[in-house]
Design a protein around this ligand. Structure first.
Ligand code: NAP
Length: 331
């Protein structure tokens, strides 16, 4: 049986170890669609999962990687046939089911999305969970009535993967984007992506009264903790805050005042748990009206499986910017 390479996380002596192993298709988690992987990507969740810094992986051993794009090799589901270009993100990929850091990936048919016509496999993984999450934020913000006229729109964790896409897409939609970052050396990049103003997160006053002057029309927050609490205090009436991440903490110390006196809403975003029915249409939007305009600037790194441990380390230390694509069987 043909052997191939995969980056698998194993538990040995109660320690998590991520390493490249030679496997066969029989080693993979069960599923309807077998994909020859072309590309995957690196997300914050991958770094947490593969290093054991977060308790993300539930079954060991597990091939990491929450994103995958490639070509169908075989399928027991009639919707997919050999040669179809497809992608999958989230669900249990790389957490409870073998993920995308592997030359072959086998997944349930309902996880699989057709690659949009005008998108390449590389572009789909440049976008990956990060870009899909930004698009999901747009959808939820639109559903809750967010419009550019409501005022400046904040994106926190601006230099991260989700942050870059959020700036790119929201500015294209006509929002006056305010990027909040801890990396002043990246200011020019954030402006190039579409930010009109930059705030240094270290200068934000993290303790304040339950409500301060309303300044922001809304926000996409990748940081959580004190920054999210600050957003609740400073968002204008009827503004929406899409809560995406926890790079700065998972606690939220706030009061009900912004919600009951200003009608501020926090919108929960879960891309891995996004309903199947939303996925294909959102990916089509990522190829059309929500297509990122600066993918070339957002993709800062392309690595192979060997490069994963170093990228995880830098990401968890907050030293990465933008997106890292993992080339596995590039087209
Ligand atoms: N809910 C979902 O569906 C979903 C989907 C994807 C990602 N996420 C979460 O969203 C967050 C961003 O993901 P990502 O893939 O974009 O990660 P990423 O590329 O590592 O970006 C995270 C960014 O957060 C900022 N940051 C890092 N450490 C921080 C700290 N201690 N305090 C404040 N800010 C800090 C940094 O930006 P600056 O230096 O510019 O401030 C960093 O670039 C993560 O928490 C991730 O788990 C959630």
């Amino acid at each position: 049986m043909t052997e191939f390479q995969a980056f698998r996380v194993v538990k040995e002596d109660n320690q998590l170890i991520g390493r490249i192993e030679s496997l066969t298709v029989d080693d993979l988690s069960q599923g309807d669609v077998l994909i020859k992987t072309a590309y995957s990507s690196v997300n914050y969740k991958d770094a947490l999962a593969a290093t054991g810094k977060g308790k993300i992986i539930r079954n060991f051993p597990c091939i990491a990687g929450i994103d995958v794009a490639g070509t169908v090799v075989e399928s027991t589901d009639k919707r997919f046939k050999e040669g179809d270009s497809v992608l999958a993100t989230g669900y249990d990929l790389g957490t409870g089911h073998d993920g995308g850091y592997s030359e072959y990936t086998r997944v349930p048919a309902e996880w699989v999305v057709f690659l949009p016509d005008s998108m390449s496999l590389f572009e789909s993984m440049a976008i990956g969970t990060a870009g899909f999450t930004a698009a999901l934020c747009v959808q939820r913000l639109e559903q809750n009535g967010q419009i550019p006229e409501m005022g400046p729109f904040v994106v926190t964790g601006a230099t991260g993967g989700v942050g870059n896409f959020a700036i790119d897409i929201m500015s294209s939609l006509g929002y006056e984007v305010v990027a909040v970052t801890g990396k002043q050396e990246s200011n020019q990049l954030l402006i190039d992506l579409g930010a009109e103003h930059i705030l240094d997160r270290h200068n934000i006053k993290m303790d304040g009264p339950p409500m301060e002057k309303g300044e922001w029309g809304g926000a996409i927050d990748n940081v959580g903790g004190d920054i999210l609490a600050w957003l609740t205090r400073t968002t204008k009436s009827w503004g929406n805050i899409a809560s995406v991440g926890l790079a700065g903490g998972s606690q939220l110390n706030t009061t009900v005042m912004p919600f009951i006196l200003r009608g501020v809403s926090i919108l929960g975003i879960t891309s891995s748990g996004c309903p199947t029915a939303y996925r294909q249409p959102l990916w089509e939007r990522l190829a059309t009206d929500l297509a990122p305009k600066h993918l070339d600037k957002i993709v800062t790194n392309t690595i192979d499986l060997e490069g994963l441990p170093d990228t995880f380390k830098k990401m968890l230390a907050g030293e990465t910017t933008g997106r890292t694509v993992v080339e596995i069987n590039p087209d």
